[in-house]
Ligand binder design. Structure first.
Ligand code: MN
Length: 456
């Protein structure tokens, strides 16, 4: 079965060009002007943009956390992903302390295999460091997992400086690297104890206990440890202008530092936590917490000048009933926002349509660079002969509306409720198959595990 996409504007990290795209089965066969192929079914995409399917390299589906389980599993989460143009997610496999990486991998395959509507891979969480785990690193590489995750906060997952350092060194020996959640744990705990002692137990205390400086302190600390380890590192969900200064300083020392941010840090303001209605405020609780205008401006500038390499979502969704667990104690609000569904159109509408970044930069941030960094390129991340035929059709002239009433995620709110978008993602193809058409999902659980290799 061949498909010929005619007349669209094909987006790459280097250009936006009017090109035809010929798809043969699951793969792209040709990309050129004025292609003809008599046996192909023609799909007219004049006036539309064609992006390579987006990768979301930061999701948490079917995760047991905060005494509950995320609202989205691999069934609903990957369907939400497809509705927003994301054809590949990389979720965090997360063994508990005391468990092996192999066990964590098996568990995540059980959660995802046969259920996923889009393609998927896993990063492996290292929350323990011992001889068993050290010896499992090459097994993870063989299993298609070249990327890892570590936490500098959260008691259940934080690893401590000594083990963080040893793990960075060991990963680097294989050419692998980790993404790290950077927040200072000890001072956050002290601030939380002060808020509780003062009886300030509502959601407004959440951002007050996680100030900008405590992200930047951890970023600076991580980057100094990475300097001694001689290892590259990825900072996930970077949210503050102060952390960017730490990144610039490390790069000036000659270090390799990758940076990810997320739409919520580009678009939402910390004043949302001050809403006196508990539910209205609690729904935005996530870590790092939402920041202020100056941070958002610095992050957009850092996207435009190349300081930040990728935009993922940290999709970690809970229903409003689940968020109610923190009434009377803000530290019990399960932390995380839905996002896998809205990232593509938000970055288009708020980023490209408003002139903050170009379409090619969006392609690099959402598709090409994550595919390269995370070892899925050129299978993913580019519209080129031989690549998977993962295609996002975006109509730049249509208008959309973000609302909980029209979303695929298993959540009863949308963080961007009522936001009108310039542009709409109208169709999504996964390996040559129409997977989403006008918001309707049409392909079932066809997602495959993406076997990734070390990035080059
Ligand atoms: Mn996360």
């Amino acid at each position: 079965m061949k498909l010929l996409f005619q007349g669209g504007q094909v987006v790459s990290s280097g250009a936006v060009q009017q090109l035809d795209v010929l798809v043969n089965g699951e793969h792209i066969e040709a990309v050129a002007p004025n292609l003809s192929c008599p046996e192909a079914q023609v799909i007219d995409v004049r006036g539309k943009l064609l992006f390579p399917g987006f990768l979301d390299a930061h999701t948490h589906f079917d995760l047991d956390v905060c005494n509950t389980t995320t609202a989205d599993d691999f069934y609903t989460g990957t369907r939400a992903a497809l509705r927003g143009g994301t054809t590949t997610v990389i979720d965090f496999a997360c063994p508990n302390k005391g468990e092996t990486l192999s066990y964590g991998l098996q568990l995540w395959h059980e959660k995802a295999d046969g259920k996923s509507a889009c393609d998927y891979g896993f990063h492996m969480t290292i929350d323990d460091w011992n001889e068993t785990i050290r010896s499992e690193i090459p097994k993870m590489l063989e299993a298609g997992i070249p990327t890892f995750k570590m936490y500098m906060t959260y008691p259940a997952m934080m690893i401590g400086d000594q083990d963080l350092f040893l793990a960075m060194e060991e990963l680097h020996r294989y050419g692998a690297f980790a993404g790290v959640h950077c927040e200072n744990a000890g001072v956050i705990d002290a601030l939380i104890a002060q808020k509780k002692a003062a009886g300030e137990t509502g959601p407004a205390s959440h951002p007050a206990t996680r100030p900008n400086a405590l992200e930047a302190e951890a970023v600076g600390s991580l980057l100094r440890m990475a300097q001694v380890a001689g290892a590259p590192v990825m900072i996930v969900h970077l949210s503050t202008k102060e952390s960017l200064e730490e990144v610039h300083a490390a790069r000036a020392r000659g270090q390799t530092v990758y940076v990810e941010t997320c739409p919520q840090y580009l678009l939402l303001d910390r004043s949302l936590y001050e809403n006196p209605d508990y539910s209205q405020a609690a729904r935005f609780v996530c870590a790092p917490s939402l920041r202020e205008e100056a941070d958002r401006e610095a992050l957009w500038a850092a996207l435009a000048d190349g300081t930040i390499q990728t935009i993922s979502t940290d999709h970690c969704s809970f229903t409003l009933a689940q968020k109610d667990a923190g009434k009377g104690d803000f530290t019990k609000i399960p932390g995380g926002l839905p996002g896998v569904e809205t990232r593509g159109i938000l970055i288009w509408s708020e980023g490209v349509a408003k002139g903050r970044i170009t379409a090619s930069q969006m392609c690099a941030l959402l598709s090409e660079t994550p595919a390269k960094l995370y070892g899925a390129y050129p299978q993913k991340g580019v519209i080129a002969p031989g690549s998977d035929a993962d295609l996002v059709v975006l109509d730049p002239d249509a208008q959309g509306l973000l609302t909980a009433a029209d979303q695929g995620a298993n959540v009863d709110y949308c963080p961007y409720e009522g936001l009108k978008t310039s542009g709409v993602i109208t169709q999504v193809y996964l390996r040559g198959q129409l997977a989403m058409d006008g918001g309707r999902l049409c392909a079932g659980s066809i997602g495959k595990y993406v076997f990734r290799s070390l990035s080059k």
